[in-house]
Design a protein around this ligand. Structure first.
Ligand SMILES: [Zn+2]
Length: 509
């Protein structure tokens, strides 16, 4: 131990116990801010997968090893945490959720929580009584599978005669509008069901943003909720420009949103990353509508090529097999240099018929799947999908075996944001009612956990966030039980004791 400049120099020797061969010396200028000991540390570092203590300083991992080796790094300013047998691991990463949607749930009619069209209309009536006439009533999570059918524009007009109503479909890519709202949109031909598909941006402009305070408070609430789940990085999958990101930037700068955020973009234009906020992939949409694919496969291919030529990673939203075919064709048409190492992403990949499995492996893409959908929506999938196709839904193990990189995401608020529910379901493939959907796609405990650690970090070009090695960001969580050895049912209800982001405590508050 050396003294210099009023600060302690610590010389730490750590030995590779397994090999007994090498000793690495690490010189540090500061004492640890945190010393987490008494737990089982999962490092995700192949050279030393398990350790029993970790020291953090200056927002980074200072050392990982045995508690007695690391004790010398602690000083009077060090916060010592006795983990009491709990598991320490890198903070979880959700590479695809919708942050503003999650933050503003309370300002919306929660259609996902309603069991019938009558219940949705009752919620709309209640919102109409609470809001000034003329203001938009906003709803989220409309699901005809759950409701039996969609509410009609006329029903919404009767429920809210003095308000325009917009209820967004569960997919977030279509909306049911009231008659009043349809007239404001102008020229929009709704389907017989009242559903307007493919005009979400125009509808969004018409409805306008929520009052700033609603979003600011909601972001703070969502930040606490996500940190309490052990998440330290999330990717916002709604592409936004710099101006739309201002409330998030303010929440992060003001210490009201404690996680790191990667923000997807609508086009390749770059912006400068700030503390904890960085630009992410270019998000591209392709959907099956009554008029066929929108955009067409050719237009999608042009957009993929344009973004890739500008140096971007693309993240293509595909749900049905036709959208997957278009995305695969667009990616296959790229010159190899615009594909290799870019980690282009396919989001959801709900349906993946057999021929696509080797095709995805050959393209070197990342599939960002939603394992918890098997829990939350699996019983409906089993009713709505034929036997053979049920095996193609939200594939995981077959893709992994073929060599496709996998990541897991919640897609919240489409489904609840818990990564633990997703990790558990990736292992069991059990629906909420206990049926098995695609049992052949089950992952091991380690592979399921990797969906939200190394896999998700890979999907965000952020590998350093998923390994506890000296110099890595100090994004660390302490959880019970051990996600690698506990039964899946217990993992679904994981308790998060501590969440640190860049060495700052995000949970408990
Ligand atoms: Zn999404």
């Amino acid at each position: 131990v050396q003294q210099a400049g009023g600060r302690l120099h610590h010389l730490l020797r750590s030995r590779d116990e397994g090999e007994g061969s090498e000793a690495a010396a690490v010189v540090r200028l500061t004492q640890a801010d945190w010393l987490l000991a008494g737990g089982r540390v999962l490092t995700f570092d192949a050279r030393r997968p398990v350790a029993d203590a970790v020291a953090l300083a200056g927002g980074r991992v200072l050392a990982v090893g045995r508690a007695r080796e690391l004790a010398a790094l602690a000083g009077p300013r060090t916060a010592r945490v006795d983990c009491r047998g709990a598991t320490v691991l890198p903070g979880l990463i959700d590479p695809h959720l919708h942050l503003y949607g999650l933050a503003t749930r309370s300002a919306h009619v929660d259609c996902a929580g309603a069991a019938s069209v009558g219940a949705v209309l009752a919620l709309v009536r209640r919102a109409a009584r609470a809001q000034p006439p003329g203001t938009w009533i906003r709803g989220e999570g409309l699901d005809e599978g759950r409701l039996g059918r969609l509410p009609t524009p006329a029903e919404l007009d009767r429920a809210a005669p003095r308000h325009p109503v917009r209820l967004r479909h569960r997919s977030r890519h279509a909306s049911v509008l009231s008659g009043t709202a349809l007239r404001r949109l102008g020229g929009a031909a709704a389907a017989a069901s009242g559903l307007v598909a493919g005009r979400e941006r125009a509808i969004g402009r018409l409805v306008g943003p929520l009052p700033p305070a609603v979003l600011a408070d909601g972001l703070a609430h969502a930040g606490r909720e996500l940190a309490a789940l052990g998440l330290t990085t999330v990717a916002d999958a709604t592409p936004r420009g710099v101006r739309a990101l201002a409330p998030l930037r303010a929440a992060i700068a003001g210490g009201r949103f404690p996680l790191r955020v990667v923000a997807m973009r609508a086009r390749p234009g770059w912006w400068t990353p700030r503390a904890r906020l960085a630009p992410g992939p270019v998000k591209l949409l392709v959907e099956e509508t009554e008029r066929g694919l929108e955009p067409s496969a050719a237009v999608l291919a042009r957009r993929i090529a344009g973004a890739a030529a500008a140096g971007a990673q693309v993240a293509i939203h595909c749900v049905g097999a036709a959208t997957l075919a278009a995305a695969v064709a667009g990616l296959a048409a790229l010159p190899a240099r615009h594909r290799r190492g870019r980690r282009h992403r396919l989001e959801h990949v709900a349906e993946c018929p057999p021929p696509f499995v080797p095709a995805l492996a050959a393209l070197d893409v990342v599939v960002v799947t939603n394992p918890a959908f098997v829990h939350w929506r699996g019983d409906a999938y089993r009713r709505e999908t034929s036997g053979e196709a049920q095996r193609w839904l939200y594939r995981a193990a077959s893709l992994a075996r073929a060599g496709v990189a996998l990541a897991g995401a919640s897609d919240a608020p489409v489904a609840p944001p818990s990564p633990w529910r997703a990790i558990a379901t990736a292992r069991t493939r059990r629906t909420a009612r206990g049926a098995v959907l695609g049992g052949g796609e089950r992952l091991s405990a380690a592979a399921a956990l990797a969906l939200f650690t190394t896999g998700a970090a890979y999907a965000l070009h952020g590998d350093r966030f998923a390994r506890l090695v000296p110099g890595a960001p100090a994004d660390v969580i302490v959880v019970e039980p051990d996600p690698l050895s506990a039964p899946a049912s217990e993992v679904a209800a994981t308790r998060v004791r501590l969440t640190l982001v860049g060495g700052l405590r995000a949970w408990p508050p």
